[in-house]
Design a protein around this ligand. Structure first.
Ligand code: HEM
Length: 130
């Protein structure tokens, strides 16, 4: 991945955190609003550590220079998720749900440059991991 694109994404996340703190709660609320059947799959995630791990992986994939490592772990997770009841199209949708939530929370900090960086980063990781 182009490092400046990763820097732009990282900067936009910092802006979100500065405005509203940890966006995890809102990201998962949006997930459960868009994909209601996903909520019960987190029943055993009482403390939120699985949700935290998922989100950390999405952010890592978008902010680290993309290479075979990220594509391979996302490919593996997509297969794992299909095995425990989350089909591939729902899995891929999560990246866009994270994007949409951050866009909403960033307000005016969500510039066209930021929007382009997120779209390009997500398309790259989703495409490379198929
Ligand atoms: C709508 C999309 C998604 C749903 C509904 C979902 C759901 C889940 C659930 C229910 C678990 C817990 C599994 C268990 O009981 O052990 C889990 C774990 C996990 N998810 Fe997701 N997931 C989604 C997308 C993603 C994406 C896009 C990533 C990363 C790119 C990801 C990364 C992880 C990781 C790292 C774990 C914990 C380790 C593991 O079980 O492999 N998930 N996910």
């Amino acid at each position: 991945m182009d490092q400046s694109e990763a820097d732009i994404i990282a900067g936009s996340l910092e802006a979100v955190v500065a405005r509203v703190g940890d966006p995890a709660g809102q990201i998962f609320e949006r997930l459960f609003a868009e994909i209601p059947q996903a909520r019960e799959r987190f029943a055993r995630d009482v403390g939120g550590s699985i949700r935290g791990e998922m989100l950390a992986m999405v952010f890592d994939c978008l902010m680290d220079p993309g290479g075979p490592y990220q594509a391979n772990i996302v490919r593996t997770e997509r297969v794992n998720h299909d095995g425990f009841g989350t089909p591939a199209e729902e899995f891929d949708r999560f990246f866009w749900i994270v994007r949409d939530t951050c866009q909403e929370l960033a307000g005016p900090d969500w510039t066209p440059e930021v929007a382009r960086a997120w779209t390009a980063g997500i398309e790259r990781i989703v495409g490379a991991s198929r």
